[in-house]
Ligand binder design. Structure first.
Ligand SMILES: [Zn+2]
Ligand SMILES: [Zn+2]
Length: 76
């Protein structure tokens, strides 16, 4: 399988879009999963899960979570 962006041998696939990506075009992050314990309390579990995204999906994800990248409020 080859990287969708550059054609180099792919090492992983994006968990969001499914595109194959090489080392240069993937972003490996971690995701903290939680469990709900009695009294509806959410507790983070260890270890953090690994999450692989291609660089495009990571940029899109960052845009939705970065206040500077968020859609500005419309006036009128
Ligand atoms: Zn690539
Ligand atoms: Zn992707």
């Amino acid at each position: 399988m080859s990287c969708l962006d550059c054609g180099a041998p792919a090492v992983a696939t994006c968990t969001h879009c499914g595109a194959a990506a090489c080392h240069d075009h993937l972003v490996a992050t971690t995701e903290h999963l939680t469990i709900t314990v009695p009294l509806n309390r959410q507790v983070t579990v260890e270890p953090a899960a690994r999450r692989i995204r291609c660089h495009i999906c990571q940029k899109a994800y960052d845009a939705t979570n970065d206040p500077r990248g968020a859609t500005q409020a419309r006036s009128g």
